[in-house]
Design a protein around this ligand. Structure first.
Ligand code: FES
Length: 167
């Protein structure tokens, strides 16, 4: 696995700060995700070897904490709030609609890397739920007629323009 010299140095200086090597697992994963955007299987193996533990011990940390992602983040990041207020206002139906309209499985990134669709916990807009965060832009009251389509248009336009910019 290729990491920048800066990340490697942080890793090398961090491990001795822990009384036992294996305790550095979350910090190492944090450094790697900051650089690579996600934790690949290769990263799991690498961290396990570095800390002299089994890959399953690393994988159980990666899969337990929602902070760690196992897929690269898409160019457009869509987060649907599913906490109580939004759930009661129709967040799950909204999620189903978005899965169909964006052709993206919930909790995943599309194969072309254009969109990541995920659930999020409370986005601090409980009075205007259900809400969706598209990158850093909040869309509210998405159970009202005519509110979802413009948001989907924004997502698709952003995904296309990002794709064009990276060509
Ligand atoms: S419950 Fe959705 S924003 Fe708070």
């Amino acid at each position: 696995m290729i990491l920048t010299p800066e990340t490697l140095e942080k890793i090398e200086t961090t491990i001795p700060k822990y009384p036992v090597k294996r305790s550095a697992v979350m910090t190492l994963l944090h450094f790697i995700q900051s650089e690579q955007g996600y934790i690949s299987n290769e990263a799991v193996e690498w961290v396990a070897e570095k800390l002299e533990i089994q890959p399953i011990n690393v994988l159980e940390v990666v899969t337990f904490f929602p902070y760690y992602r196992q897929e690269k983040l898409g160019k457009v990041h869509v987060r649907v709030c599913r906490t109580l207020s939004c759930a009661l206002m129709g967040a799950y139906k909204l999620s189903d609609d978005l899965v169909k309209q964006l052709d993206c499985k919930m909790g995943h990134t599309k194969e072309d890397g254009s969109v990541t669709l995920e659930y999020a916990e409370c986005l601090a807009a409980c009075g205007t739920g259900p809400v969706v965060l598209v990158d850093e832009d909040l869309f509210e009251k998405l159970n009202q007629p005519g509110t979802v389509e413009p948001m989907v248009e924004v997502i698709k336009t952003r995904a296309q323009s990002e794709a064009a910019a990276s060509e």
